[in-house]
Ligand binder design. Structure first.
Ligand SMILES: NC(=O)c1ccc[n+]([C@@H]2O[C@H](COP(=O)([O-])OP(=O)(O)OC[C@H]3O[C@@H](n4cnc5c(N)ncnc54)[C@H](OP(=O)(O)O)[C@@H]3O)[C@@H](O)[C@H]2O)c1
Length: 243
């Protein structure tokens, strides 16, 4: 860890559980100041109280631009400008492609893809003003698609394409890192609305999933590299994951 990481301000969307929560813990341990964003205010307030005075909790929905604008103002006032944005908020509503799932499709696109895009344009001035890091949490599903994950994969493929464009457009002020986890044990599968898919996915993940802390460590490592270099794309699968 290089010492100039100390005190950098990081904003994490979806910090109320799973990878976002683990990343918040790891960043605070490494000396960062952290803004926790999510819709479940009780969860992030509890986490902020536990992590201490260098952490703030801000209720924000990535599908609601006004809540993000308010969050960006609050970060600037309370912690100083955001130097790091981690677009982590996401939902994975898998199931057979069908009209029955159409609300799931809208929710995934609005949260995973448009939510990340909106959060980034809202925080961009802060990230650029002195340099920063943008970390986009994509997925193995951003590189491979399979039956039943088409729209989720589309959001993550979309995120990868958008990230590569930003990588070129924002350099050298902002480093862009895409992290592509495989199966990680979190609440992600609990929101699947298609009952049969939920059951099979939960069984599949349970057998091999790695821990959210494993991904958090990778993020902290990437951020701690010297600013002259960027880990642009990081694919992290459980060792036993086939696809
Ligand atoms: N777990 C895996 O196997 C895996 C694999 C590859 C990629 N990923 C990606 O990792 C990211 C984190 O997922 P996770 O596995 O940690 O699942 P998780 O525990 O369910 O966390 C998802 C987070 O997203 C937040 N969120 C959802 N909708 C939101 C919205 N509209 N506005 C703001 N926040 C919202 C949730 O907070 P609130 O409900 O409190 O708002 C929650 O904190 C996702 O982008 C996911 O696609 C996960």
């Amino acid at each position: 860890m290089t010492t100039d990481q100390q005190g950098r301000v990081a904003v994490i969307t979806g910090a109320s559980s799973g990878i976002g929560e683990a990343t918040a813990r790891a960043l605070v341990t490494a000396g960062y100041r952290v803004a926790l964003l999510a819709r479940r205010a009780d969860r992030i307030e509890e986490l902020a109280a536990e992590l201490g005075s260098d952490t703030i909790a801000i209720e924000a929905d990535v599908t609601d631009r006004l809540s993000l604008v308010a969050a960006a103002k609050r970060v600037q006032t309370k912690l100083g400008r955001a130097e790091i944005l981690i677009n982590n908020a996401g939902v994975m509503l898998l199931g057979p492609f069908s009209s029955d799932q159409r609300e799931d499709y809208r929710r995934m696109i609005e949260t995973n893809l448009l939510g990340a895009i909106t959060t980034t344009e809202v925080f961009l001035d802060q990230l650029r003003d002195g340099g920063g890091d943008l970390v986009n949490i994509s997925s193995v599903a951003g590189r491979t698609a399979r039956i039943g994950n088409g729209v989720y994969a589309a959001t993550k493929w979309g995120m990868n394409g958008w990230s590569e464009s930003l990588r070129q457009e924002l350099q050298p002020d902002v480093r862009v890192t895409v992290v592509e986890p495989g199966a990680v044990a979190t609440e992600l599968t609990s929101h699947i609305t298609h009952a049969e898919t939920k059951k099979t996915t939960e069984a599949w993940v349970k057998d091999m999933a790695i821990r959210p802390e494993d991904i958090a460590e990778v993020i902290v490592f990437a951020l701690s590299r010297p600013m002259r270099m960027t880990l642009n794309e990081i694919l992290v699968r459980p060792t036993s994951q086939p696809g």
